[in-house]
Design a protein around this ligand. Structure first.
Ligand SMILES: *[C@@H]1O[C@H](CO)[C@@H](O)[C@H](O)[C@H]1NC(C)=O
Length: 292
């Protein structure tokens, strides 16, 4: 049975911004524990992402992440990003060069929106301020869904937004920890304390399909096959569908949603820096959200 959705309001420093992440609790794929650090050609998996996003480019993308004003300053460094990516060698590996760049741009754009410190007149523009936050400010609750008996909350623990994707709720911390080898229910704090774990939770979310939703990875690399229901709902591949997967219930099927524009703004900037076009279906205004 599909479970509901959740709210994750994040109050950002410069712009009060309601950001919400919804996910279905149904069909959790149990990702393996093993590392697969060779791709099909025997290449070092780490090098695939490193060859797309160089250290210099990473610094240009996240220009202000280490500013003193950013609560996450010093947290999200390049080395740690690559170490986490090595756990998911298919990330940035599938498809032709343009596809691989576009997937990486899409992932970095989505985590940038989730952690943005930007505002309209910010230095270098609003889209130079991704990865500024690592933990939700003033969480309104401990995000414990007590009805999730599979992933019971540990008393005293809070499952508010942490890390690049702002992982939230016990029913996400539990399976993320199981897949990645940390105690998500007993030690959710590690997601905002260990940057490698933090990045891995974001990549786990990106790479893992949770029915009825495909993975964002499959969508961006052309492996997504819409069902009849998806076609009827206009859920066609493109960056907009990753927004629908992440937060469609709030942001999709309507126009004029500022969060959608913020996500697209980051995506356009990163695609430009990577020298790749943004592809089709940038927004999700004409898509129905997933029902859960
Ligand atoms: C990046 O972060 C890791 C983990 O916190 C740390 O061990 C490493 O020294 C950092 N590297 C740089 C270049 O700051």
């Amino acid at each position: 049975m599909a479970r509901l959705l959740f709210l994750r309001p994040v109050l950002l420093a410069a712009a009060a911004c309601l950001s919400v992440w919804m996910i279905s609790n149904a069909g959790v794929a149990e990702a393996g524990f093993g590392y697969h650090c060779d791709d099909d050609n025997g290449n070092d998996c780490k090098s695939r992402v490193a060859s797309i996003v160089t250290e210099k480019l990473y610094g240009d993308m996240f220009k202000h992440k280490d500013d003193a004003a950013c609560p996450a300053h010093g947290f999200y460094n390049y080395t740690t990003f690559l170490r986490a990516a090595a756990r998911f060698p298919e990330f940035g590996r599938d498809g032709d060069a343009a596809t691989r760049k576009r997937e990486v741009a899409a992932f970095l754009a989505q985590i940038s929106h989730e952690t943005t410190g930007g505002w309209a007149t910010a230095p270098d523009g609003p889209y130079a301020w991704g990865l500024c936050f690592k933990e939700e400010i003033s969480p309104p609750s401990n995000y414990c869904d007590a009805s999730s008996t599979r992933w019971p909350c540990v008393p005293g623990k809070s499952y508010h937004g942490r890390g690049p994707i702002q992982l939230s709720w016990n029913f996400n911390y539990g399976p993320a920890g199981q897949a990645l080898g940390f105690d998500g229910l007993g030690n959710p704090e590690v997601v905002a304390a260990d940057p490698e774990v933090a990045f891995k939770t974001a990549l786990w979310f990106w790479m893992t399909p949770r029915a009825p939703k495909p993975s964002c990875h499959d969508v961006m690399v052309g492996r997504y096959r819409p069902t009849d229901a998806d076609v009827a709902a206009n859920r066609m591949a493109g960056f907009g569908l990753t927004t629908n997967i992440i937060n469609g219930g709030i942001e999709c099927g309507k126009t004029g949603v500022p969060q959608v524009d913020d996500r697209i703004g980051f995506f356009r900037r990163y695609c430009e820096l990577l020298g790749v076009d943004v592809g089709p279906n940038l927004d999700c205004a004409q898509q129905q959200p997933y029902s859960s």
